[in-house]
Ligand binder design. Structure first.
Ligand SMILES: Cc1cc2nc3c(=O)[nH]c(=O)nc-3n(C[C@H](O)[C@H](O)[C@H](O)COP(=O)(O)OP(=O)(O)OC[C@H]3O[C@@H](n4cnc5c(N)ncnc54)[C@H](O)[C@@H]3O)c2cc1C
Length: 418
């Protein structure tokens, strides 16, 4: 089948690869000049098999990891999402894991990361297996103990570590920052999503996919042979063509494109941020991905840099660029935990990269994968803050659905009409 794929972020590129491997002819359209320039660009590259981030828990006073941060965000989430009780949390973990596992051979295995550090730098310390979750105060951890037990019951590998062990695992940790509780989430690792996406694109090209970069899709007309309209660089008049199917993988722009074509579904936009700075001394950089439960912030060593990500908040499609102060929590998380790791301030400010992106998520936190109610239009969207980890699995599931073949995992939990 000749299938138009809208979007060349990690999800669109993975979709093109999965389709091309099955002998289809995907044609990928992206408004940007290169792949992975939007949400996939500054992504921290964490793969965990079901750690909720950011995760609203309905009527709960706090998310699973316990936090006093961002009350506005939590209030917004409670008003706009379905209550997530124990059963919903367990279901989310189970289905998220299944989707990630379905594509895990395409996510960089931790061994590759360990062996090479990272392509950009020989200074990058190895990132061991496991996500470390830090709580400064025992009562914050204890308040969410029940939630953590539920995550463990749902299949997440959680292991409590004593603080001395953690300090020996992470020699860069500031001894003056209080650290009361640490959990290690097994089967977690980080990779560099854009590098992986380049490899996926190259393989997709070799298998017959086409990538039309700097081609903005203007609209689509559903039908047995759906039609796509797009603008190509240097051409005044828009182009139009019919395809056997259209797969919408346009990240946070997906809902807008679909609504214009008659879709009545809903998705929610979040804005997330990251700060990246060159390592000052690799010895003092985090060796594991670290999640600061109080600030809901992730710290990873990636490509000779320290990357700190989080600050998720509700957003609009036209969200203005955030002022520098909006990144303060990310700076603080880095300085609290690994003060010697990166060059963040003073004369080094110029080398610090601030980045923000819109991501979209569904009401229950699982992506929408499948038919969306518009003939000929398929969706692969709303991956929230797990889009890198879920991209290859989502692509395989969508490919099976388009082929009307038996699906490798249960498809209903991801059905856009659920
Ligand atoms: C701060 C932060 C940290 C994160 N950390 C992690 C992490 O550790 N692990 C993880 O798994 N996930 C993480 N994520 C989430 C992950 O980055 C996203 O889920 C993922 O990048 C989404 O990929 P995508 O391909 O759907 O979207 P995008 O990368 O945004 O790609 C969509 C593409 O569609 C194109 N497009 C849109 N509209 C049109 C149009 N009209 N015509 C043509 N092209 C169009 C865009 O140009 C873009 O290239 C993080 C996100 C943020 C913000």
């Amino acid at each position: 089948m000749r299938i138009a794929v809208i979007g060349a972020g990690v999800v669109g590129v993975a979709t093109a690869l999965a389709l091309a491997r099955r002998g289809h002819e995907p044609v990928v359209f992206d408004r940007r000049a290169t792949i992975g320039e939007e949400a996939s660009f500054g992504c921290t590259g964490l793969v965990t098999q079901g750690w909720p981030w950011p995760w609203p828990l309905g009527a709960d006073p706090m998310p699973a990891w316990g936090s006093r941060a961002a009350p506005g965000w939590l209030g917004w989430v409670r008003r706009t999402t379905a209550g997530a009780d124990t059963a919903a949390l367990a279901a989310w973990v189970r289905h998220a894991r299944a989707l990630i596992q379905l594509g895990e051979d395409l996510l960089d295995p931790p061994q590759a990361h360990l062996a090479t550090g990272d392509a950009d730098s020989e200074d990058t310390p190895p990132s061991s297996d496991g996500l470390l979750v830090f709580w400064r105060h025992a009562d914050d951890h204890d308040r969410v103990r029940e939630r953590l037990d539920q995550l463990a019951d749902a299949g997440l590998t959680l292991e409590g570590l004593d603080i001395d062990t953690v300090r020996s695992l992470e020699p860069g940790l500031d001894p003056d920052t209080p650290l009361a509780r640490v959990l290690r989430i097994g089967q977690s690792f980080t990779a560099v999503p854009r590098q992986a996406a380049m490899r996926w694109r190259n393989e997709a090209l070799a298998a017959g996919a086409r990538f039309e970069m700097a081609h903005e899709v203007l609209g689509m007309t559903p039908g047995e042979r759906p039609r796509l309209r797009w603008r190509a660089p240097d051409d005044e008049a828009p182009h139009e063509a019919a395809f056997d199917a259209v797969a919408v993988c346009a990240g946070a722009a997906s809902a807008g494109l679909l609504r214009a074509a008659g879709w009545r579904g809903q998705s929610w936009l979040l804005q997330g941020k990251s700060v990246s700075a060159p390592l000052m001394d690799a010895v003092f950089a985090p060796r594991h991905p670290v999640f600061d439960a109080d600030r809901q912030t992730l710290l990873v060593t990636q490509g000779g840099r320290l990357r700190i990500a989080g600050a998720f908040a509700a957003a609009r499609a036209s969200a203005p660029a955030s002022p520098r102060e909006a990144y303060a929590d990310l700076y603080r998380a880095s300085e609290d935990w690994f003060p010697g790791a990166a060059r963040l301030r003073g004369q080094h400010q110029g080398t610090v990269q601030h980045w923000e992106a819109l991501i979209s998520r569904s009401r229950d936190g699982l992506p929408l994968i499948g038919v969306c109610g518009l003939p000929g239009i398929w969706v692969n969207m709303d991956h929230g803050a797990q889009g890198w980890a879920m991209a290859p699995g989502s692509a395989r599931l969508l490919t099976a659905l388009i082929e009307r073949a038996p699906t490798p995992i249960e498809a209903e939990p991801f059905s856009p009409g659920r």
